[in-house]
Design a binder for this molecule. Structure first.
Ligand SMILES: [Zn+2]
Length: 237
């Protein structure tokens, strides 16, 4: 039995016991409706539970209520069943691609290679961004500046929160506005190679806007970028 604190009440769940609110919605149950209203009122009054305001802040490892409670095989099977048939996210596809990286590919014919080459050249490439990758980095963007940025970011990837030490390779320093000559400190951010790659290959996302907002939040001390995303997720209840 694991006591869980919910809204000030101590609730004890036995394995296999059904939660009281199964199948109840705010449309068909007064209590569920009231809880929902109370929660959204609290969020409005106290603000969104982000960062250190989130009750789960910093509760990782031993401090996590889920520590030492791995999902049962039954739960894992249900989770996997729930996912099968659903369309995979772009990120998922990229990850699947990465897992195949380094494994041998079937050999390409000369004809095939030539076709790929023709199709992907320059402006025809889906990654074409107007030739910015040919732009040289400015003289200021040297090893010293890059190290300065990594140090400022405490050697954490500012997107996923991985630490350079656990990554076992240096963090990349990304130009937020994609202008390699703009070495304003606010335009530079430390990213692990995986998150940096996303800014290059996931071209449907507005990465410039995304990282500009993140830098602004960071400058306002709203976002603690030394913590991974899951800590800053909004609390549901
Ligand atoms: Zn990262």
């Amino acid at each position: 039995m694991h006591p869980e604190k919910m809204g000030g009440l101590k609730m004890v769940f036995k394995k296999g016991q059904k939660a009281w609110n199964v199948g109840l919605t705010k449309e068909n149950n007064e209590i569920v409706k009231k809880i929902g209203e109370k929660c959204s009122k609290t969020v409005k009054e106290k603000g969104i539970h982000k960062g250190k305001n989130n009750s789960m802040y910093g509760k990782r490892g031993l401090l996590s209520p889920l520590y030492g409670r791995p999902h049962t095989k039954e739960t894992k099977r249900k989770q996997s069943e729930g996912l099968s048939g659903k369309p995979k996210s772009k990120e998922h596809c990229i990850n699947m691609g990465k897992s195949k990286r380094g494994k041998p590919l079937p050999p390409l014919t000369e004809e095939h290679k030539r076709k790929i080459g023709d199709a992907q050249l320059g402006e025809k490439s889906h990654n074409w961004k107007g030739g910015t990758s040919f732009q040289p980095y400015g003289i200021e963007f040297n090893r010293r500046l890059r190290e300065q940025i990594r140090k400022r970011d405490n050697y954490y990837c500012q997107e996923c929160g991985i630490n350079q030490n656990s990554l076992k390779r240096r963090l990349h320093v990304h130009h937020i506005d994609e202008n390699k000559l703009n070495c304003n400190l606010n335009n530079l951010i430390s990213l692990c190679y995986k998150c940096h790659e996303k800014t290059i290959y996931e071209k449907d996302k507005d990465w410039v806007g995304y990282y500009q907002v993140r830098m602004e939040l960071r400058n306002m001390n709203i976002l603690d970028l030394q913590e991974p995303e899951d800590i800053i997720l909004e609390m549901v209840m």
